[in-house]
Design a protein around this ligand. Structure first.
Ligand code: FE2
Length: 318
């Protein structure tokens, strides 16, 4: 059977699944888009010209259709965590119809900080007052925006253009899928009382089993195996990248005992330790793998062939 999905349909399916899994709920996402629209309408005409209109319909600006060379029906996709010019050459060699990068590229990378607003709502959902979450994230968001500003955003997109390769990136929608999946598996799981039991549960997930094989399995960054978890929160799985280290103290005040994260910098780790917040690092690339796999399960139902590359291992749940 041939697929009848085109690039925009695949991309829009990713966005739709991302919204369905979003911790803010559909309503929260709609409100977020409405606020963007109000902001746009208030802009003077001169500023309107520079406004990224994608922001009015796509709640995840780190996810983009980056290059369409041939808008055909898609039967074979090369999927990777990080796509660079090397993977674009591989895509050409393997004659795939589309390349999907998980990590943001091009315009998606330039707008990475935009999705971080999601974190304030997630923290609020776990009991952190919204004024604290928004206030502390604000400075961190501008820091991330300045950080990505220096990058060579278009490098891989230019390679795709030169080689005639179709390219998209799907970041936060997939991270939302991973966060939702982990939340349902871990939070309120009666089997989990201690950190070691939490790690044991994580190790049952095939993506983490794969990670263990290469030495990148779940790890305790703060706390001891025998510590009780208390309230577990998936506060750092989705939302672009790491939030503010000043938030950890607010999380414990809000009653969170343990967070499960994808990755954590040393500065963040120290602040979490100070706040007596247990931190379990599930794994970065492995957690990215979960989100991608959940999305791709929907594509393989359409008989689309997936070729994994660049740190991605395909695990099917269908
Ligand atoms: Fe990632």
């Amino acid at each position: 059977m041939q697929s009848f999905m085109k690039i925009s349909e695949i991309f829009n399916l990713g966005l739709k699944m991302g919204v369905e899994a979003d911790f803010r709920g559909r309503e929260g996402v709609v409100k977020f888009l409405e606020r963007k629209k109000q902001k746009y309408e208030k802009l003077p005409d001169e500023a309107k010209k520079d406004f990224d209109l994608e922001a009015l319909k796509n709640p995840y600006l780190d996810s983009r259709i980056l290059h369409i060379s041939d808008d055909k029906e898609i039967n074979k996709i090369l999927v990777g965590i990080d796509i660079g010019p090397a993977e674009i050459l591989i895509a050409k060699e393997l004659a795939v119809d589309l390349v999907i990068s998980h990590h943001p590229l091009g315009k998606g990378l330039a707008h990475l900080a935009d999705v971080m607003a999601l974190q304030a709502d997630v923290l609020n959902m776990y009991g952190v007052p919204i004024n604290l979450a928004e206030g502390l994230l604000k400075e961190r968001i501008s820091e991330v925006a300045r950080g990505v500003n220096a990058k060579n955003h278009q490098r891989t997109v230019d390679a795709a253009r030169l080689m005639g390769v179709n390219l998209i990136c799907l970041h936060t929608p997939c991270d939302n899928l991973a966060a939702r999946f982990l939340k349902e598996k871990i939070e309120n799981n009666k089997e989990i009382e201690t950190i070691s039991e939490l790690i044991k549960e994580l190790k049952k997930i095939p993506e983490y089993q794969e990670a263990i094989k290469i030495g990148a399995g779940p790890k305790i960054f703060v706390g001891e195996e025998e510590n009780r978890c208390g309230k577990i929160a998936m506060a750092e799985i989705t939302g672009g990248t790491e939030g503010s280290p000043k938030l950890y103290e607010k999380m414990t005040t809000a009653g969170i005992g343990t967070i499960v994260s994808m990755h954590q910098s040393e500065e963040h780790r120290k602040q979490a330790e100070e706040a007596k917040l247990n931190v379990v690092i599930a794994g970065h690339i492995s957690s990215d793998n979960i989100g991608l796999n959940l999305f791709l399960d929907q594509l393989t139902k359409q008989e689309i062939e997936i070729i994994p590359c660049s740190g991605f291992t395909r695990i099917s749940r269908t």
